[in-house]
Design a protein. Structure first.
Length: 132
């Protein structure tokens, strides 16, 4: 008897990446910008265009700057605005990671209270590879 199916989620930063991920068999997409910096919030134009052209669930990375995930109050305010934008633009889920930060509990409360779907923290490990 086979075990549970593993969901393949690929991190992408461009429309071409998203199209290639779909063609390569991805189950869902983690939409970012600046993958070389660890992934940042994508541009306002990218999410609706990927939604229009790629029929996969889209998880949006909400990360206002490079570096660690310990945010100042001002950065956290930007993160919350980015969450609002992602929801309005049609993201199926948002990812962020305030792990180990005093704002982690507040972040979870804000995300959970304001999303019509689940939120997740991108913790643990990441495996990356280039498609094509």
């Amino acid at each position: 008897m086979p075990g549970p199916r593993i969901i393949l989620e690929l991190a992408v930063a461009t429309l071409d990446d998203a199209l290639l991920a779909k063609a390569s068999g991805a189950d869902r997409i983690e939409l970012n910008s600046a993958l070389a910096l660890g992934g940042l919030t994508p541009s306002p134009g990218l999410l609706p265009e990927v939604k229009r052209r790629v029929d996969l669930p889209i998880m949006v990375m909400v990360r206002p700057r490079r570096g660690g995930f310990c945010y100042s109050e001002a950065e956290f305010d930007v993160l919350c605005r980015d969450v609002e934008w992602a929801v309005q633009a049609g993201a199926e889920k948002v990812w962020t990671d305030p792990q180990g930060h005093t704002l982690a509990e507040r972040a979870w409360q804000v995300l959970s209270a304001n999303l019509p779907f689940g939120a997740g923290f991108a913790t643990g490990f990441a495996i990356g590879f280039k498609l094509g």
